[in-house]
Design a binder for this molecule. Structure first.
Ligand SMILES: Nc1ncnc2c1ncn2[C@@H]1O[C@H](COP(=O)(O)OP(=O)(O)OP(=O)(O)O)[C@@H](O)[C@H]1O
Ligand SMILES: [Mg+2]
Length: 315
């Protein structure tokens, strides 16, 4: 399917249209920051399409940011618990998980795991998350439970990364509502890009219903085959239309990235000299730069606000 979907005519004719449909509905990050004055901090990694490296990116970005000295909480919001398992938590020890905190069955402090990786904590995912629609569906402010958790840990972490499931369930909506900006991993296939369309729809609905929706922090091309003309054509088209939103860093296919989770390790611990480690390190730098840039915009707005109110009270 992937081979077919990357065929040249499709890449050139359909993919730009597909992406415009999705992204035309998303706000400009700077405008968003200026309007809402939000300090960027909570970053879900999201795409409806399965297997596009959401979990791989969540883990290696979280560990990368922690290695830079940022205090990071990784929230596993997938009932598969893949991010937790890949970081070495045994299946039998996945509970208490994010589900228990969301449902009010366990305290946040009891549920947060202190990993052996400095600066990185984890809220695990578990099968209990598959009850989210039933347990949260009829509650008041059902889209805001994750935001409540994130607000509670606000001064303990610099960044919260959320590994989302491949769906547009209530949990993903919770992630979008809690988000300050989100990352969309996309592999160069037509179906992966179609996933971005339905994500655009969901973001649009969240904005209409809740009056808010976070901007795209960046689109990340993942699992890119090396020396593959079709994949390169797709990436070129994506960059041509959405240059600024697409990260410069491209994550190529690397067997080490596939093997690392089986060893319960990040790519930096499992294969520090691999191409995957170098590419995720480069992505981490880009994400930090973007967060810093948005932070500067935020601080400028705050300074201007202070000046304005001082001026108003003096006159
Ligand atoms: N750059 C890469 N090179 C090789 N294998 C990769 C790469 N990125 C991810 N993988 C592998 O591809 C598979 C899917 O990746 P991952 O689990 O991160 O995707 P996902 O989007 O989280 O999937 P799901 O939608 O099921 O949650 C995994 O086996 C992972 O190890
Ligand atoms: Mg996953």
């Amino acid at each position: 399917m992937l081979g077919q979907s990357c065929a040249q005519p499709l890449a050139q004719a359909h993919i730009p249209r597909v992406l415009s449909e999705a992204f035309d509905r998303l706000p400009n990050p700077f405008l968003f920051t200026a309007l809402f004055g939000t300090m960027l901090q909570t970053i879900p990694v999201v795409n409806n399409k399965g297997g596009v490296a959401k979990t791989t990116t969540s883990i290696n970005l979280s560990v990368g940011l922690a290695r830079q000295g940022k205090r990071v909480l990784l929230i596993d919001l997938d009932s598969q618990g893949s991010a937790s398992l890949a970081l070495g938590i045994p299946r039998a020890k996945l509970n208490p998980s994010t589900a228990d905190v969301l449902f009010g069955d366990a305290s946040l402090n009891r549920s947060i795991r202190d990993l052996s990786i400095p600066n990185l904590d984890l809220l695990t995912g578990s099968l209990r998350l598959s009850n989210a629609d039933t347990r949260l569906g009829s509650t008041e402010h059902r889209e805001q439970h994750l935001k409540r958790i994130v607000d509670e840990v606000n001064d303990r972490y610099d960044v919260v990364i959320v590994d989302c499931a491949p769906s547009t369930s209530l949990l993903t909506i919770n992630a979008l509502v809690a988000a300050d900006g989100f990352i969309i991993p996309v592999s160069p296939s037509y179906l992966s890009l179609e996933g971005v369309i339905s994500l655009g729809e969901v973001v649009h609905n969240v904005r209409q219903n809740m009056g808010e929706a976070a901007p795209v922090l960046g689109v990340l091309m993942t699992r890119v085959p090396k020396h593959d003309e079709d994949a390169e054509a797709v990436i070129e088209q994506v960059r041509k239309h959405y240059g600024g939103k697409v990260f410069d860093t491209v994550i190529h296919k690397d067997p080490a990235l596939e093997s690392a989770p089986g060893h319960g390790e990040s790519i930096y611990a499992y294969a520090p000299d691999s191409q995957g480690a170098a590419e995720y390190e480069a992505l981490t730098r880009e994400v930090s730069d973007r967060l810093e840039r948005y932070g500067e915009v935020y601080r400028t707005i705050q300074k201007n606000e202070k000046r304005r109110s001082a001026h108003a009270s003096n006159s």
